[in-house]
Design a protein around this ligand. Structure first.
Ligand code: IPE
Ligand code: IPE
Ligand code: MG
Length: 236
């Protein structure tokens, strides 16, 4: 339960990790873990919207995750395709109304039908969204920064105009606040190339629970813990 009067983080970012281990524990194939993880993703989106979180970012597939077997990568891409089609067919109309969805990551190397669906879903953003949902797919923080620098150079930006703001504005998260709270379940204590620029002053919350077992109660615990942190941003 959220503590009464708790101040919500404006932007929560979540590394959806532990799907494979969840499946293994149950004697299932890894892809079953991803399937369950995709359901939890929907549930947590809904919950964030209900409690009034304005921005939530989910790490779904990293630029490094292509190292996995073709079967596993294909299964993850199919789950993404299903989610996109569902949004497109407006089956999830109630679930995702008043929502703006953005995909963080490079479209290079992605299947053309997925790229097309992503563009359609992004274009369908509500004009006055209650919640912004970012899904990081084919995303790497270093890749993001390199592409941002390249885009500034291609635009002919002069060296003295390469500022923190200019770089932030060239990232996939342009125009959005930095994450206040980054949550990683599954007992791993690392960022794995997630939002490395944007995480500069984020609060971190680690949990041993595996993503497919993650519930709104677990999110509440993370938010409550966040609310007790003393953020100083270098001040006193
Ligand atoms: C997270 O779960 C999903 C992706 C990285 C795509 P994992 O598949 O990494 O699960 P574990 O870490 O192997 O348990
Ligand atoms: C991070 O998880 C990427 C996503 C959750 C999408 P990984 O499972 O790929 O990270 P490592 O390999 O354990 O660092
Ligand atoms: Mg993992």
């Amino acid at each position: 339960m959220l503590e009464p009067g708790v101040i919500l983080p404006k932007h929560i970012a979540i590394i959806m990790d532990g799907n494979g281990r969840w499946a293994k524990q149950r004697g299932l194939v890894r892809t079953e873990g991803h399937k369950r993880g995709a359901e939890v993703f929907r549930k947590i989106c809904r919950y964030c919207s209900d409690v009034g979180v304005e921005y939530v970012t989910f790490y779904a597939f990293s630029t490094e995750n292509w190292k996995r077997s073709a079967g596993e990568v294909g299964a993850i891409m199919n789950l993404l395709r299903e989610f996109l089609e569902e949004l497109q067919q407006r089956k999830a109309e109630n679930e995702f109304e008043k929502t703006a969805i953005r995909f963080l990551g490079t479209r290079d190397g992605m299947a053309p039908d997925i790229v097309q669906l992503m563009a359609l879903v992004e274009a369908n953003a509500a004009p006055d969204p209650k919640i912004h949902i970012n899904v990081a797919v084919n995303y790497g923080g270093r890749d993001e920064i390199v592409r941002a620098v390249r885009s500034l150079m291609e635009a002919g930006v002069a060296a003295q105009d390469v500022t923190e703001q200019a770089l932030s504005d060239a990232l996939y998260t342009a125009g959005q606040p930095d994450p206040d709270l980054i949550i990683r379940p599954s007992g791993e204590y690392r960022l794995s190339n997630f939002l490395i620029w944007q995480a500069a002053y984020a609060e971190f919350y680690f949990d041993d629970i595996l993503w497919p077992d993650f519930t709104p109660d677990d999110l509440d615990r993370a938010i409550n813990a966040y609310a007790h942190r003393n953020r100083r941003f270098g001040g006193v």
